[in-house]
Design a protein around this ligand. Structure first.
Ligand SMILES: [Ca+2]
Ligand SMILES: [Ca+2]
Length: 284
């Protein structure tokens, strides 16, 4: 089964290429080592995924999920729980690096500069480690700290910006190719705050239902793209979108075509970029 899952992962995984390493990509804003999404929390060494039952009793399922043992040799910082291959299931990306350069001289087996890790969601509560087959950039050892996620070039695939200490930032362009669809929503609050921070979005496409939230702050020292990106798998449209705005308003949209960016204004609905950002707004 593992071989089969690995084979499937090879067909659908994202590939990353270093697009640019300059000092212009600043991701450091604020945040703690907490994964976005609903499934993960990073700890200083290794990763734990907590689930809770109806009694709010938390269980560490990292080993059962396939990410516990793999992450033990690394010291993790920035982490993202995002859908790199647009199959509708969030994947994991972790950047690593030890605190002290002097660790290189010790017989601990740990190094100051460490590689990044990528795990693909297998849709059954398990993740598979694809770090060795998603491009050489992921293997480059660095003393990484921040990791910010967003579709930087608007091609429908989530990219990554990695902030390194004692080194330049790294921009990883997602060059995965598959037939999966996606949708991205930018929310503009009116009664709510302008950036719609705190808005909850529920997307239904065929049999797949997803929820996400507009968050201020991402993982360690990083801020993600505020737009809400959803992979849709084979669905070529979104049946329903429900937005719960921080103001208490609920807004519902129907039948949105896939592979497009939408701007949704609170109380109005889908608007054009010109309607969302009138030219006069930038003039004094
Ligand atoms: Ca995925
Ligand atoms: Ca992209």
């Amino acid at each position: 089964m593992l071989t089969s899952a690995a084979s499937k992962a090879r067909r659908t995984k994202a590939r990353f290429q270093v697009l640019l390493t300059t000092t212009v990509a600043t991701v450091a804003l604020s945040g703690a080592a907490i994964a976005q999404g609903s499934v993960g929390q990073a700890i200083i060494t290794g990763i734990a995924i907590d689930t809770h039952d109806d009694n709010m009793a938390f269980t560490d399922v990292a080993y059962a999920a396939g990410i516990g043992q793999v992450t033990i040799p690394y010291m993790g910082w920035g982490i993202g729980c995002v859908d790199f291959d647009n199959d509708g299931w969030p994947d994991l990306f972790v950047v690593n690096g030890h605190v002290y350069p002097q660790v290189d001289a010790l017989a601990t087996g740990m190094k100051y500069r460490q590689r990044k890790l990528v795990f693909l969601n297998q849709k059954d509560g398990k993740f598979i480690d694809v770090s060795d087959s998603v491009g050489g950039a992921v293997k480059i050892p660095q003393a990484s700290r921040g990791a910010a996620f967003g579709d930087l070039d608007n091609d429908g695939r989530i990219d990554v910006v990695v902030e390194n200490i004692d080194g330049l930032p790294m921009l990883l362009h997602n060059e995965g190719r598959n037939a999966n669809h996606w949708i991205t929503l930018e929310l503009i609050g009116t009664r709510s705050n302008r950036l719609a921070l705190g808005a909850k979005v529920h997307v239904v496409a065929g049999a797949v239902s997803q929820v996400d939230e507009v968050r201020s702050g991402g993982s360690y020292l990083s801020q993600n793209d505020l737009r809400q990106h959803f992979g849709l798998g084979s669905a070529n449209k979104v049946d329903d979108v429900e937005i719960r705005w921080p103001s208490g308003n609920t807004q519902v949209l129907h039948n949105l075509a896939a592979d497009r960016f939408y701007i949704v204004k609170e109380g109005t609905g889908v608007v054009s970029p010109e309607q969302a950002r009138p030219a006069s707004q930038g003039k004094r």
